[in-house]
Structures are given as C-alpha cells and as structure tokens.
Design a protein around this ligand. Structure first.
Ligand code: NDP
Length: 276
C-alpha cells in the first residue's frame, strides 16, 4: 500500500500551522505536508515543528498561481499516486482599518478565498484517493453573510441544483457590481470576506454532491468548516481561541474514520453540523 499523504495550504503560520502540528501530534499515518507560497517562511515553519520533535514535509504552493498549483498536483500524483487529505486553509482578509477601496477589497479577497481555492479544487479533487477527506476552511461570517443577501440569492445558495458554473458566475457578478458600487442594489451583502466564504461553503456542497454522484463507492467526505474566532495575524490578539483550538474542527473533519458517511457536504463548526 502506498504511503498516505495530507496536504495543508497556507500552513506556514496561524491555523494552518496548528493543523499541521495537530496532524503530526496525532500521528497521522502518512506524510504531512506544510505548504506555503513563500519557501523561506515554509522552511522556517517546518524547522519550528522540528524543534518540537515533529516531522512535516514542505512543498511550495501559492494558490493564486495556477502554475504552482499544477506543479504541486503533479508532484503529489507522481510521489503518492494522489492525495488522502486536503485542507484548503489559505485565505486572506483585509483589516477593518485598511484604506483600500471596496472594489479592490472585493477583487483581491474573492481572488484568493474563492477563485484560487476553486483552482486548487479543480486540480486536486481528481487526485483525492478513495476514502479521502477534503476540508475547506470557511467561516461563520459566510453563513451570516448568506442571511444578509436578497431572498433570490439566498434561494440559489441554499438550492441543491446550483452548479459550479452558476456559483462562479455569481461570485464574478459580486466583484463586477462592487466595482460599480452597485453590489448592495444587486442583493449582495456589503462584505467581500463574507461573500468569499459564502461562495466557498456553497462550492463545498456542490463538490460533495458531485463526488457522491460520480464516485459513489469511494467514500470521500468533503466539508466546509469554521475554525471559530482564533488569535492569528488575521483575527488579532483579542480572539478567544488559540490556533490549536482553531485547528480542532478542521482536523476532526480531516480524520473522520474510515467508513464514515457523514458529515459530507456540510458546514461544520465546533465539530457540529450547522444549519445553512
Ligand atoms: P493568517 O493570516 O494567520 O494565515 C493565513 C495563511 O494563508 C498564511 O500562511 C498565508 O501565507 C496563507 N496564504 C494567503 N494567501 C495565500 C496564497 N495565495 N497561497 C498560499 N497561502 C496563502 O490567517 P488564519 O490562520 O487566521 O486563517 C486561516 C484560515 O481560517 C483562512 O481561510 C481564514 O479565512 C479562516 N478563518 C479564520 C478565522 C480567525 O478567527 N482567525 C475565523 C474564520 C475563518 P503568508 O504568510 O505567505 O501570507
């Protein structure tokens, strides 16, 4: 049997690093890859784990660069024959005080949190092995944002016939309207980060339905989750959870036992399925 492998995006710091640490500590039966867009920051993080007696491997991976995604996907295909656990953790958020205008925030935030994460899934979902687990780190803010959208948008985001193409078109529409200052008139909430995470959660649900249909016997489980409000560079020092506590739900979903059938296609917080 080939060696198992777990891959965590954006894991040189914050929740991603805590996820890698937890997978190593819980003796994940396989290789654990810490990935980062910057090799220097990635190497430093691997060294910090080594100093605690933990062994993670490193691969460069910038999710905003499709070439980097393709090259990482080829590496995991060649070295491991695929991927057993994928945790899409990489994400960005503008600070409240950031002076960047909303259209810029909308374009940049959606680029990483939705479009680039979707690119990751386009190239990595076909590599997920039978029994694999895919975890997309979304946010409770995405669920809150959903409730602030127009009834028509809410209906689409909760429907089980929305396609990836329709969803992606809607995410593009949000960015286009934001550039014209018309997103709220178009039924969208006034948050780029929240919208990007609404999109990521809906994308997760679409992929889960697709895998159930196309690979019904492979037992792959795909879920979105919220780590909680966590003390990281993104959320700041006032957040109540430590990165280790924030890693708990993503790791729980990544290590759902063999043969488990649920959760699948759900949004999970504090290890519990949440209403959508
Ligand atoms: P941090 O800002 O601490 O870490 C974000 C990580 O993502 C960094 O390693 C960063 O790399 C990486 N990253 C950003 N862009 C890219 C990219 N293009 N390619 C590869 N890696 C990238 O944030 P958190 O740890 O707090 O957040 C992790 C995830 O959890 C995010 O998806 C976030 O939205 C989500 N989340 C966080 C919450 C919180 O309270 N902290 C609450 C809810 C959700 P680099 O160091 O190079 O910038």
């Amino acid at each position: 049997m080939s060696t198992k492998v777990a891959v965590v995006t954006g894991s040189n710091k914050g929740i991603g690093l805590a996820i890698v640490r937890a997978l190593c500590q819980q003796h994940y039966h396989g290789d654990v890859y810490l990935t980062a867009r910057d090799s220097g920051r990635g190497d430093e993080a691997v060294k910090s784990l080594a100093a605690d007696g933990l062994t993670a491997k490193f691969h460069q991976l910038d999710i905003n660069d499709e070439k980097s995604i393709v090259s990482a996907a080829a590496f995991f295909k060649k070295t491991y024959g695929g991927v057993d656990v994928l945790i899409n953790n990489a994400g960005i958020a503008f600070k409240d005080a950031d002076p960047a205008p909303f259209p810029v925030q909308a374009e940049v935030t959606l680029k990483t949190n939705y479009f680039a994460t979707r690119d990751m899934l386009t190239h990595f979902l076909p590599l997920i092995k039978a029994g694999g687990r895919v975890v997309n780190v979304s946010s409770f803010v995405g669920a809150r944002t959903l409730n602030k959208c127009s009834a028509a948008l809410q209906q689409r985001f909760r429907s089980d016939d929305i396609t990836e193409e329709e969803l992606t078109g809607l995410m593009e529409q949000f960015v286009d309207l934001a550039k014209k200052g018309e997103h709220e008139k178009g039924g969208w909430a006034n948050t780029a980060y929240g919208t990007s995470k609404t999109g990521l959660t809906v994308l997760t649900m679409i992929h889960a339905r697709r895998l159930t249909k196309e690979r019904p016997h492979d037992g792959i489980l795909v879920n979105a989750c919220c780590p909680g409000w966590v003390r990281t560079d993104m959320a700041g020092p006032k957040a109540p959870k430590s990165p280790e506590e924030g890693a708990a739900t993503p790791v729980f979903l990544a290590l759902l036992p063999a043969g488990a059938t649920d959760p699948h296609g759900r949004f999970v917080s504090d290890k519990e399925v949440q209403p959508w």
